[in-house]
Design a protein around this ligand. Sequence first.
Ligand code: SF4
Length: 389
Amino acid sequence: MSTGPLIKGWCPSAWRPMETGDGWLVRVRPPLGQLSKAQVLALCDAAETFGNGLVELTSRANIQLRGVSETTWPPLMEFLVAHELVSADPATEQQPQYLLAPSWQAGDDTHQLACLLQLRGSELAAMPSKVGIAIDAGELAVLGDTAADFRVERSIDGGLIVRAEGHACGTPVGTIEAAVDHLIRLTHWFVESGGNDAGRMQRHKVPLPAWSPAKMRPASACVSAGEMPGAALALGEYQAGMVYGLPFGRAAAAALRASVTPAAVSHVRVTPWRRLWVQGASGPVEGLISDNQDTRLLMDACPGAPYCAQASVATQPLAKRLAPDVKRHSVHISGCAKGCARRSSADVCLVGQAGRFNLIVKGDAQSTPVKTGLTETEVVEYLESLGAL
Ligand code: SF4
């Protein structure tokens, strides 16, 4: 039983699975954040054949299969490579993760930037596996609340900027080619100035180089509705398909398979908000969320015990127990103080420690609790007494 988070300092991948409480965790990076219908069906089959039948979405728009074993991993990898879900070359997984604004269109700036970065990925400096690059070059930046270390965005004057995390402004770069040149140069500056010791750009408290001044603000995020999902990516039906949420970031492979079964479905965009945009789909699917009023959308819960070896409490049963009674407050349930499921503060944060819950009000998993050592029932009683349920 653990009393604090174990910081591993690296991210699992397909070629480098991580041992967790329920076996190996294999993380798949959908190329350009998109999967074909055939690839989604293959992932569902893979989850059921080689894992525990669950599919998870991460806050970086990756897909996780769990419950893989030493025996099932080799055939799983063969299967994933055959379906072009994983590169046959493990070295490509060492390149930083690219997170694309999910509404990109073929040939637009976000798409062109991602393609050029993929081509020139080997020119980026070797950085810790957690370092990521957000490609968010639509009219307005939509990925501001997601984890990234370097961002390509549109500035308030409409030009492209490259922005380092931790800085409100970015450097104007002009063209797509110049943006990629600048990003590559910035990653080398990051490494040469000691960034790998800091681990992430946000923690790298070194002034930016003179050739990369932070002087132009990004255009802020928007919410759009109608034909295309926008920044908030509201659930429901669009002309371009359905946006579904996964309850607490996970779903049975069978539910995912059902979402892509209609003949009109072509592709699925994987988003960093634990939502899937299924292009060509329509109507609700059992096991997925399609109602914006669903109270589970106010909640974040990590896998917890027994799925994560760091967890001392089961998070999912408490999340399901609280969901019908949560009204307007955000709730974060974390198996340990690492707080994987949510970076930002929540109205109520419940953190496992030594088999009990600590309760934090308006904070993240590492904030100071107002109550400690609560059982699940005591948590419910205390939240009722606060009027939070
Ligand atoms: S926050 Fe949850 S998923 Fe992350 S390490 Fe802790 S128990 Fe595991």
